[in-house]
Unconditional design. Sequence first.
Length: 139
Amino acid sequence: MISTRFHLAFPVHDLGLARKFYTDILECEVGRESSNWIDFNLFGHQIVAHLSPEDCNVTMTNYVDGDNVPIRHFGLILPWNEWEKLYKNLQKNNIIFHIKPKIRFKDQNGEQGTFFLKDPSGNGLEFKSFKDFKYIFKK
């Protein structure tokens, strides 16, 4: 059970497309909403899509372990089995990955499974897992 939850607000250019992506692709439940925003339940965390087309700009990237990772992104660290289940479900549904599922930092501290998606407004989402969570912050 999650005892602490995060809240994140982010811009979208179209609330209808955001609703479809977050409910149909990521299977989020919709919470409260208005004509300018929608709350989503992302694995027990509250994320809020705010209608703000002018803030949906192209995201710069940094080169990380062979990939151009969007600098502005958010996501979750899932237990390994949930991470695998999510990416396999996305693959089965022919979702286009911004960065395909892979193992990053192989054989190093911080070895992790990771993949990236982009929502219809260009927001980067990363889903990752560590086989051993003690390495999340270990140098």
